[in-house]
Write a new protein. Sequence first.
Length: 143
Amino acid sequence: MIECKPDKIHEAALRLDGTALVLEDALIVAYDAAAMLDELGVSQVQTCGTLREALSLIEGGLVPTLALLDVNLGGETSLDAALALAKLQVPILYSTGYDEVEGAIANFPSGAMLRKPFTAEDMSKALTEMGFLNQTQRCGLGD
């Protein structure tokens, strides 16, 4: 974990810009996540409420900088979207409201995990650990 020490600023390995894909079946959570990503520097957020919508965007040529995928979408999971995004080498941040998800995501591509409900700080920490935010952004010292 990166500590906030302004005298030791580390540049991010990845830039958090471009388009983020948010696949989330709870509309309010999707909007909150989109707002958080916007605040952290993403230029555009594509939100989807269903697996079908997400796959349509991906098959249509969307290659996002980052994907935030809700593991459980009611009657389905985000596994197919995760597999399609992994083939495109898109970093994935998963979200779930369940405590026990290890078995449920055993077949999912690797990615970071956010537990719901999550805050902007939780998302910022996860993105920092994924290599997206530099220390200045993470500490709130950047522009």
